[in-house]
Design a protein around this ligand. Sequence first.
Ligand SMILES: Nc1ncnc2c1ncn2[C@@H]1O[C@H](COP(=O)(O)OP(=O)(O)O)[C@@H](O)[C@H]1O
Ligand SMILES: CC(C)(COP(=O)(O)O)[C@@H](O)C(=O)NCCC(=O)O
Ligand SMILES: [K+]
Length: 244
Amino acid sequence: MTTPRKLWLDLGNTRLKYWLTEGEEIITSGAELHLQSPADLLLGLVDRFSNFQPSFVGVSSVLDSQANQRIKKSLKPLNTPIEFAQVLATSHGLITGYDHIEKLGIDRWLQVLALSGQQKKFCIVGCGTALTLDLLDDETHLGGYILPSFYLQREALAQGTRRVQVPDGAFSNLGAGRNTQDAVHHGILLGLVGAIEKLVRSDPTRELVLTGGDAVLIRYFLDIPNPITVEDDLLLRGLRRYFS
Ligand SMILES: Nc1ncnc2c1ncn2[C@@H]1O[C@H](COP(=O)(O)OP(=O)(O)O)[C@@H](O)[C@H]1O
Ligand SMILES: CC(C)(COP(=O)(O)O)[C@@H](O)C(=O)NCCC(=O)O
Ligand SMILES: [K+]
C-alpha cells in the first residue's frame, strides 16, 4: 500500500503557506506573499504541487467566497478532491467560544484546535495581517481579540492623519521616538506587545503560543513570566487534525 500524499494550504490575508505531506511526514513546506491575488500565485505553484501527486487538498482560507472560487479554479489541474475547512460547534472535543461560530475566523479556530485537549491554559497569538488573541482552557475556547497588526496600523495612521506620512521603518525598538518615523513604529510595537502582556499578566500559568509571520519579532519583546513558544505551523497542524 502506498502512503497517502496530501497538500495543505493556509490562505491568510497577506501570505499563502503550505505543506506537502506523505503520511505523517512533512516533505516540503513554503510561505509566499500573495498580496491580494492568491489565485494567481497558486497558478504559479500548481505545477510544483502537481509533480507531488497529492490525493487530497485541505484548505484553510480567511478570504471571501469569490476569492475561494478562484482558488479552486487554480487548483483544478491537480485533478484532486479539494476541501475547505469550516468552523464546527464541536470537533475533536473542542468547544468554540463564539455566539455565532460561523463568524469566527477559520485560521483562529484551527490554531485553537491544534492545541485543544491538553489540560492546559493557552493564549494563542496569531501574528499575521491582524494580531489575534485566543484564550483556550483545555478544550474550551473562551473567545478572543482582534487588533490590526503592524502594517495595517501604519496604513491607518497614514490615511487618517494629515501629518503622519510614515516612511518605511523597522518595528524594532520600544524606546520613545524622537521623530515621527520612530514614534509610529515604536508606538505600534508597544501597543501590540502591551496588549498581549496585559491579557496574560494576571495568570502566569497560561502558556503563550505565538504563530504567524511576525511571531519571532513579537516574542523578542515580550517580558512576562509565562511560558512562551513560537510554532510557525500551528494552523497547518490544526488543519491536518481537522481532516483526521
Ligand atoms: N505589505 C507587506 N509587505 C511585506 N510584508 C508584509 C506586508 N504586509 C504584511 N507583511 C508581513 O507578512 C507576514 C504576514 O504574516 P502571516 O502570518 O503569513 O499573515 P496572514 O496569515 O495574515 O497572511 C508578516 O510577517 C507581515 O509583517
Ligand atoms: C481576524 C482575521 C482577519 C485574521 O486574519 P489573518 O491575520 O490571519 O490574515 C481572520 O481570522 C478573520 O477574518 N476572522 C473573522 C472574524 C472573527 O474571527 O471574528
Ligand atoms: K492572524
